[in-house]
Ligand binder design. Structure first.
Ligand code: ADP
Length: 212
């Protein structure tokens, strides 16, 4: 995997992180979506389900064979040891799948791999796996209006989600580079992403990298 750049990508909800991940993918990066991996593990018949059932009991599995998120959230909120037991199940599986996707990206010849991790700053384990951290930033007012439009949530609901995430200052302090995605057209954002990719020395080629 020599030469493969590992870029961590994070940002608060509505910052434009997913949009930036898509643009980096168009430049030839492989994208590993940490949230999608975690969701897949606990989806109907997901790889974590047997261990969750054995550890917490069948009551924590829905009739479709998924983890009962509401019930688990309530338990994990009330009982820190339950949360630790759940993490002890999920984290090794996430690590394993992340490693698998990283090796796959390297074998496919991707010059860089982007780890899209919403809670990168909140996590103690991600930073050491990364060469660089790229933060997508915008003002809270922009976050609120984007997420209200995208998810049909109320201002209050969006403010609660923002308050539950790392603070803007904390996230920016962890950044090696920042894209300020505010009052920026999508075309201008794409140009910024292109520049940042170069700044990191990412030799991202336009997609189709396996074509001769
Ligand atoms: P995140 O993944 O950080 O929650 P998204 O990338 O999904 O955010 O962006 C949130 C919403 O804002 C999406 O609907 C996206 O299309 C829109 N958006 C993001 N950046 C811009 C921009 N520069 N101009 C216009 N719309 C944007």
């Amino acid at each position: 995997m020599r030469g493969l750049v590992r870029l961590g990508l994070t940002g608060g909800i509505g910052s434009g992180k997913s949009t930036v991940a898509r643009l980096l993918a168009e430049l030839g990066a492989a994208v590993v979506d940490a949230d999608a991996i975690a969701r897949h593990l606990t989806a109907p018949n997901g790889p974590a389900i047997p261990l969750i059932a054995a550890t917490f009991g069948p009551d924590f599995i829905t009739s479709t064979g998924a983890m009962d998120r509401e019930k688990m959230r309530a338990l994990a909120y009330a009982d820190i040891t339950a949360r630790q037991r759940l993490e002890a199940i999920i984290h090794p599986l996430v690590r394993h799948e992340t490693q698998r996707q990283t090796l796959l990206a390297a074998s496919q010849g991707h010059p860089c791999i982007v780890f899209d991790v919403p809670l990168l700053v909140e996590s103690t384990t991600w930073r050491e796996k990364l060469d660089w951290v790229l933060v997508v930033d915008c003002t809270p007012a922009t976050q609120i209006s984007r997420v209200m439009a995208r998810n049909a949530l109320t201002r209050d609901e969006v403010e609660k989600i923002i308050a539950s995430q790392a603070s803007r200052r904390h996230r920016l302090a962890a950044a090696d580079a920042v894209i300020f995605n505010d009052r920026l057209s999508l075309v201008a954002l794409a140009a910024e992403v292109d520049q940042v990719a170069r700044h990191f020395g990412l030799s991202c080629q336009p997609s189709g990298l396996n074509q001769k």
